[in-house]
Design a protein around this ligand. Structure first.
Ligand code: GRF
Length: 205
């Protein structure tokens, strides 16, 4: 069944675009009801506008009180009857008002294989560490930053000849496939969180 999405962005929005394109191509049974940005200059806002999606931008002043900001976001998402909240390149921590409104329904995309390389510089950190394999994680966000239940992961082999730019490009390519595919699992109702905080994905019906 089709699910209603709220998408949170802060930057270029290439993962938002991947969701928009997957919906248009009939690969994702979802609709994007609203895009919320933490930055007025986020190029993702232009992508949303081009797709006819309503946007909301919160100013730095509003974010000065992070709890109030997340209460505003939660109210806006509920007003749009959003089922799942997708953090697609959103560079803010989600706080209790949003997490409580959407328990195990806030989905974050992280450009590394959690629990390795948490934080905001995961790709560079992995590259500088000299890992031979890194990858992408899609997980439910919770109060422990980057430590919520893992829904899906995909590995990326680091080629000897790659620099950081090549690794970033390879990671983003995988993100643009894995995020829509994982959101489709949610749309199909195949994802559940066990009591121990791990995630089970039911086989395709
Ligand atoms: C992505 O690598 C995402 O994993 C990270 O921020 C980057 C921005 O992506 N959190 P986007 O182009 O703004 O979707």
């Amino acid at each position: 069944m089709s699910i209603k999405l709220g998408v949170l962005i802060s930057g270029s929005g290439s993962n938002l675009q991947a969701l928009i394109d997957s919906i248009a191509a009939g690969r994702l049974d979802a609709s994007i009801e609203i895009v919320v940005s933490s930055r007025a200059d986020a190029y993702g806002l232009k992508r949303a506008e081009a797709a006819g999606i309503q946007t909301l931008t919160l100013s730095r002043e509003v974010y000065a009180d992070p709890l109030a900001a997340d209460a505003i976001i939660a109210a806006e998402l509920k007003a749009h009857e959003v089922d799942y909240v997708i953090m697609a390149g959103y560079m803010r921590m989600v706080r209790e008002p949003l997490l409580m409104s959407y328990p195990n329904r806030v989905v974050n995309l992280h450009p590394a294989l959690l629990p390795s390389f948490v934080g905001a510089h995961a790709i560079a950190d992995a590259y500088e560490r000299g890992v031979k394999v890194t990858g992408v994680t899609v997980h439910f966000a919770n109060a422990d930053y980057d430590a919520g239940p893992i829904i899906a992961q995909r590995a990326v082999e680091v080629r000897e000849e790659w620099g950081l730019d090549e690794l970033e490009a390879a990671i983003h390519d995988v993100e643009h496939e894995l995020l829509p595919a994982t959101v489709q699992l949610l749309a199909e109702g195949r994802v559940s969180v066990r009591d121990d905080g791990t995630v089970s994905v039911a086989p395709r019906a």
